[in-house]
Every structure is written in C-alpha cells, then in structure tokens.
Ligand binder design. Structure first.
Ligand code: GLA
Length: 381
C-alpha cells in the first residue's frame, strides 16, 4: 500500500513527502458509553490509514483518495468546504486546528487505507487522526495528544454530522501494541491493559452490511441519553451524565420520559457496569466472565439500544451455538462487525459454521479479520 501511495504521489506532484499512519480500533466492551461520560475498552489495530503529505507553498490542499481514485482541491477557509464526503474529514481537521489557534499551510497528499469502511472499526477516526497527527508534526503546532483526538471528534461533530464520543479518536491516537486501554471518557484518565488471552483468539466477523441513516440514528440515541440524564438531574443534581446514574434513579423518572428514552438509558447504565465487571475479570484472567459480559452487551444493544440488525443477531446466535466464549456487535452498530472471543480449539468449527450458515441465510459470506493490537498514530518515514 505504501508503495502505491508513493508512486501516485510522485506521479501527481513530481516529488515525495513524509508518510504518516493512524489505526482503526476494536473495542472489547463499553459501547455507546463514551458520550455518556462512561468507560470504554478499546485497542488500536494493525489496520488503518496511511498518508503521504508535503507542504506545497500555496493556500490550497490537493488531496487524492487512492482507494476511490478521486482528487479534490480545496482551501481551508470555512466557505471552502469540499463536496466529496472523504475530503470533509481532511478539511474538518484543518478547520478544527485553525479554531484552536493553529496555522495551516497548503499541502499535497495521497492517502489509502486497509481498515474496512463501514465495518465499525473506525476508518473515519483513522483518517482524522492521520491528518491531525501529521499536520501537528509537520507544522510544529505543539498540540497534545488529547487535543489531537478532540480535533478528530470535533471534525465528526461539525463537518460530518455525527455527534460521536471520544473513543475512536482516542484509540487511534493513544493505541499501544499488545494493550487495550481502559478510558474514563469524562476525566480522560486511561490505563493500558496488556491483552494476550492465552488459548483464545479475538476475531471480527464482518456482516458486510451497512445500514442507511446510521448517523442520524446514532445522534438520536445520544439525544435519548441526554433526555434521560436531564430528567434524573432534576432529582439528583450531581448527575452530569448517565454515567452518574443508577437504575433506581432512572426508575424514579420512568413516567417522566418516553419509553424509548428509558430503555436506551437502561442499556447505558448496565453497559457501564459491564465494563467495570470486565476490568475485574481481566485482572483475574477470568475470560469466561469477560465473554459472558460481551453477550450481555449484545443483548442490550439488540433489544434495548436497538442498534443491532438481523445479520448481526444471526452471527451472535451462531457464536453462542458454537460455544464461543463471548460475542457481540462492535462499534456504533447498524451493521459492521461482531467481535468474538473464542477458544483456540473452537475457532475452526466456529468460522466454518459461521461462513456456511451466513451464506445460506443471506446469500453472501461474512468477512473475517484476525486483528493484532497495535500502536497509535505515528510517522513512518
Ligand atoms: C462510534 C462512535 C464512538 C462510540 C461508538 C459506540 O464508533 O464514533 O464515539 O460512541 O460508536 O460505542
């Protein structure tokens, strides 16, 4: 991939630049908890985005998306917003740097990725982090790593329209080889957890479905959580986010909020507890409990948060039938992958069954990714 990027860069711009990369992520547990001030448990993976970049001495960005074979040229004033969806990520990162007082200069760039789009592995955060990290480095902007992650997040909010939390961008910037990270999404305190479950494999099965309107449905979930937190706050002023709430507090306001807001909040309160339980289990090396909690998350995401779909529920059921230790929909939902913690001796039979049963039911096979937990944003050359 790097060679292809370099060849294209040279062809388009007759020169060579620096090369940066940022990864996608997995998340062991803690889904839709980040924007509720809760905990998440992600890790960066060995798949991501790679970009070659060089300042071009103009006030324009010339960007080429190698995977799409598309060129976009745009300035970095607010009115210069490019039409291409992918270019909005690069533009947004520049705008967010400028809003924080940084000076952006024109540059040429070619990028490509091997993190599958729409699979729930955060290809968009990988793209944002690549450019935030690269520009910070090349222009010596002195922005710290937390702010780099926030630049990516604000890009999503202000230029893409997804009111996401901080998990994906945090994981992409802070990732560490061999470690998952427990992140407190309110204080942004984090801890690395070396993750090497002996005798188990962590595999992703991609349903290869991506449902329309995922971003508006995502934003709607967030609104429900905020409605519930606001109602609870009337009785308990200390409740800033659902992270601070208990089921008893939620039950006090059951009649004041919609049934939908109630079940969304119920999921989040339970999910934050599951993350805590997984931490304890991991410290004891108790992967059976980790797996149990993963199934709990799937159930909640499917029945209460309603961000699963037929295909993902099907994959989850197969996992259960094949004795997989833990399985659940990963990321925002509405399509994408399941993450599966499976004993080595059960791996082959599971994959075989998942492929054949899925194909029989949906007419195509899922995709399989064996991911390696890897480092975060960095310069390659
Ligand atoms: C998406 C968002 C994250 C997080 C997850 C769900 O990946 O970008 O901030 O909310 O969904 O856990």
């Amino acid at each position: 991939m790097i060679n292809k990027i370099r060849a294209k860069f040279n062809e388009l711009f007759q020169t060579g630049g620096s090369v940066y990369t940022s990864p996608g992520r997995i998340n062991l547990i803690g889904e839709h908890t980040d924007y509720n001030g809760g905990f998440v448990f992600p890790g960066a993976i060995d798949k991501g985005m790679v970009a070659e970049i060089k300042l071009n001495g103009t006030d324009k960005i010339r960007a080429f998306a190698l995977d799409l074979n598309e060129l976009a040229e745009f300035g970095f004033n607010e009115e210069d917003i490019p039409a291409a969806g992918w270019a909005k990520y690069i533009f947004g990162v520049c705008r967010e740097i400028i809003k924080r007082g940084g000076t952006i200069k024109g540059f040429d760039t070619v990028f490509a990725g091997d993190v599958p789009l729409g699979a729930g592995m955060s290809s968009s955060a990988a793209l944002e982090s690549t450019y935030a990290f690269a520009l910070n480095d090349m222009l010596s902007l002195g922005i710290d790593k937390f702010e780099l992650a926030k630049i990516g997040q604000s890009t999503e909010h202000n230029y893409v329209g997804v009111k996401c939390g901080i998990m994906d961008q945090f994981a992409s910037v802070f990732g560490k080889k061999g470690s998952l990270m427990l992140l407190d999404c309110r204080s942004l305190e984090y801890k690395y957890y070396p993750f090497d479950p002996k005798g188990y494999k962590l595999v992703l099965l991609d349903s290869v479905v991506k449902h329309e309107l995922a971003s508006s449905a995502y934003n709607k979930r967030r609104e429900s959580c905020e409605n519930a937190a606001k109602a609870i706050r009337k009785n308990h002023s200390e409740v800033e986010f659902l992270r601070d709430a208990t089921m008893d507090m939620l039950n006090e306001v059951k009649n004041d909020i919609s049934a939908e807001d109630y079940i969304r909040a119920e999921y989040v309160i339970e999910e934050i507890q599951r993350v805590m339980d997984v931490c304890v289990a991991l410290e004891k090396g108790n992967y059976e409990t980790v797996g149990e909690k993963m199934y709990g998350t799937h159930h909640g995401m499917s029945k209460l948060y309603e961000v699963s779909c037929e295909e993902l529920d099907f994959l989850n059921d197969i996992a259960k039938k094949c004795g997989v230790t833990g399985s659940r929909v990963m990321g925002g939902g509405f399509g994408g992958c399941t993450i599966n913690l499976v004993k080595e001796e059960k791996y082959e039979a599971f994959i075989k069954e998942a492929f054949s049963a899925y194909k029989e039911k949906f007419g195509h096979e899922p995709k399989l990714y064996n991911v390696v937990i890897s480092d975060g944003a960095r310069k390659l050359f």
